[in-house]
Design a protein around this ligand. Structure first.
Ligand code: EPZ
Length: 472
C-alpha cells in the first residue's frame, strides 16, 4: 500500500471507524493521565521537601537525553523492523509518548529499566490521533506519521509555558515545502497530509534557528522522494543524535551539527539498535547544584564536549571542573564569583540551563547579568527565588542578579521543567526547609532526581498527600 493510499486510508481505519470516532477513542484512552500529574492521580499532591544547607559529595550517573529521546522514540515508527533503544530516560514525557504510540498500534516492550523495543505494525493501524497538549514534543509525531503514512493530526503542542506562545510556523513552512497540505481544523489541532504521489525533497531555509523544526523536517524528509536541503539548522547534540539514529536505520542524513543538513530520501528504514546520548542539561543541572551548594561530585556518563559552555561559565564562577573521557569532576570550596551569561543556540550557552545557573549566581559575590536570547523572557521562576531572599531585577530578556550571602527556605512552585530544577537547587543551597510544589513539571524531564540528590548527601524527600478539601 503506497504512502498516499495509506494516507487516504487514514480517513477511515480498517474497521471502517470514522475519523472523529477514532480521535474520540484516543482522547478518552489517553485521559488516563489526568491533566496535572500525568503520572499521578488527580487526588494526590506531590511535592519535594528539602532541608537545605548541605554540601553535595559523591557520584551521580546521568540518564539518557530527554530532548533526544522525545524525537528518537517516535522516530522508531519510521522503521519497518523492530527498533531497540538503550539509555532511554524514564521520564513522564517519554512515558506519555510511548502510551500514545501504543494507542497508534505500535508494540513497545520494556526490556530493562532503560531499554525498550519498539515494533511498528506492518499493516499500519496508525490513525489520526490526538496527543496531550501538554507534551511539546508531541509535534515530532507529525513529522514521523507524515513521513511514514502521509497523514497525521495532532493537538497543537503544549510544553513549558515561558509566558508566551510557542510558535510552529517553521514546522509548517518545512512540511509545506515537502509538498504537504497543512490545515488547522477547529479544536486546536494541526493536520498534515502528503500529496497523492507522496512527499518530495525541497530546499528549506529556516527563518529562525529552531531545534523542533530542524528535527521535525528531518523526520518527514528521510522517506521523501529526492534530496532535501535544510539551511540555518539548529546544531544541538540531540539534533546529531537523531540524525545518527536515522542513519543507523538506513536513512541518508548528512551535515547534522552544522548549519546545513542534506537528506537523500530512501525507500524504507530497517530496524536495528541505538543508544541515546547522555543528557547535557541534566548533567549541567547537577554541575550548577554543586556550584550553589559547594562540595565535590563526579558527574558520570556525560560527553564533556557537550558541556563546554557550561564548564566555561562555572570556571568563571570559581568552580573547579576537571574533564575525563565520559565524566566531569565538579568542586566548589571557596566563594562563588559573578559572571555574565547570554543564552544562544548551540554551541552557545543553552537556554535550558539559564534558570539553574541564575540560581547559583544568586549566591555569587558581585553582580551578574543574564540575557535570555531564545525565549523572550524565561524568568517567572525568579519571583520564587526572590521569596527565598534572592536579589534579582528582571527587565524583559535581562535579569540583573546581585549576589546575597544566603537564601532562606520557603514554599515555592515549579512553574516549568527547568524552573523546577532551579527551585530544587535553591532549596538545596538555602538555610532551612523548602517545599517545591508542581513537581510533575520536574519529573517530565528528570529521572529519579530525588534519589540522585539524596545519594549526594541532600536531605530531601518526595511527599505525596491526598488532595482533600482542607489542603486545597
Ligand atoms: C526545544 O524546544 C527544547 N524542547 C526546549 O527545551 C529548548 O528550550 C529549545 O529547544 C531551545 O533549545 C525539546 O526539545 C522537547 P525551538 P523547541 O524550536 O523545539 C522560535 C526543556 O527545558 N520558533 O528551538 O520548541 C521559538 O519561539 C525544553 O527541555 C519559531 O519562531 O524550541 C524560540 O524563540 C524547554 N517558530 C526559538 O525559535 C517555530 O516554528 C527556538 O525554539 C519554532 C520555533
Amino acid at each position: 500500500m503506497g504512502l498516499a493510499a495509506v494516507g487516504a486510508a487514514c480517513k477511515e481505519d480498517r474497521h471502517g471507524q470514522s475519523f472523529a470516532d477514532i480521535r474520540y477513542s484516543i482522547r478518552r484512552k489517553t485521559r488516563r493521565f489526568p491533566r496535572q500529574g500525568l503520572v499521578r492521580s488527580r487526588l494526590t499532591l506531590t511535592k519535594y521537601v528539602i532541608n537545605g544547607g548541605k554540601t553535595l559529595n559523591g557520584e551521580v550517573t546521568i540518564s539518557g537525553a530527554k530532548n533526544a529521546a522525545v524525537a528518537i522514540v517516535p522516530a522508531a515508527l519510521l522503521a519497518d523492523g523492530p527498533v531497540r533503544l538503550e539509555n532511554v530516560p524514564k521520564i513522564i514525557d517519554v512515558t506519555l509518548q510511548m502510551e500514545i504510540m501504543r494507542e497508534l498500534g505500535a508494540q513497545i516492550r520494556q526490556i530493562n529499566a532503560t531499554t525498550v523495543e519498539i515494533q511498528n505494525t506492518q499493516n499500519p493501524s496508525l490513525k489520526p490521533h490526538e496527543l496531550e497538549r501538554k507534551l511539546r514534543a508531541s509535534y515530532y509525531l507529525l513529522g514521523v506519521l507524515l513521513g511514514k503514512y502521509g497523514f497525521a493530526e495532532v493537538a497543537m503542542p503544549g510544553g513549558c509555558n515561558f509566558g508566551g506562545v510557542r510558535p510552529i510556523d517553521q514546522h509548517i513552512k518545512g512540511f509545506e515545502a515537502l509538498g504537504a497540505k497543512v490545515t488547522l481544523p477547529k479544536g486546536g489541532y494541526i493536520r498534515v497530509e502528503a500529496p497523492e504521489d507522496g512527499l518530495h525533497g525541497a530546499h528549506i531555509y529556516f527563518d529562525v534557528v529552531t531545534v523542533g523544526a530542524t528535527m521535525n523536517i528531518m523526520l518527514a524528509a528521510v522517506l521523501a522522494k529526492g534530496q532535501t536541503i535544510m539551511e540555518n539548522c539548529a546544531k544541538e547534540p540531540h539534533i546529531v543524535d537523531l540524525a545518527n539514529f536515522l542513519n543507523a536505520m538506513g536513512a541518508d542524513v548528512k551535515g547534522a551539527g552544522t548549519d546545513v543538513i542534506k537528506i537523500r530520501g530512501v525507500e524504507s528504514l530497517h530496524g536495528g539498535s541505538y543508544s541515546i546520548i547522555p543528557d547535557q542539561i541534566e548533567a549541567g543541572t547537577f554541575m550548577a547544584a554543586v556550584a550553589a551548594c559547594g562540595g565535590s561530585v563526579l558527574v558520570k556518563n556525560v560527553i564533556p564536549r557537550h558541556l563546554e559552555c557550561i564548564t566555561a561559565k562555572l570556571r568563571e564562577m570559581s568552580v573547579e571542573v576537571t574533564e575525563f573521557d565520559d565524566a566531569v569532576l565538579v568542586r566548589r570550596e571557596g566563594k562563588l564569583t559573578k559572571t555574565n551569561i547570554k543564552t544562544l543556540p548551540y554551541p552557545g550557552f543553552p537556554t535550558d540551563m539559564q534558570p539553574q545557573m541564575t540560581t547559583a549566581l544568586c549566591l555569587a559575590e558581585g553582580t551578574s547579568i543574564i540575557t535570555e536570547g531564545i525565549w523572550g523572557s524565561r524568568y517567572r521562576y525568579t519571583e520564587e527565588l526572590t521569596r527565598m531572599g534572592a536579589n534579582i531585577h528582571v527587565d524583559g530578556a535581562i535579569a540583573v542578579v546581585e549576589g546575597v550571602r544566603e537564601l532562606n527556605g520557603a514554599p515555592v512552585r515549579a512553574h516549568d521543567l527547568r524552573a523546577g530544577a532551579a527551585m530544587v537547587i535553591a532549596g538545596l543551597a538555602a538555610k532551612g526547609v523548602t517545599e517545591v510544589e508542581q513537581v510533575q513539571n520536574i519529573e517530565r524531564g528528570y529521572e529519579t532526581l530525588v534519589e540522585k540528590f539524596v545519594a549526594l548527601g541532600a536531605d530531601m524527600y518526595r511527599s505525596e498527600i491526598p488532595e482533600s478539601a482542607e489542603n486545597k
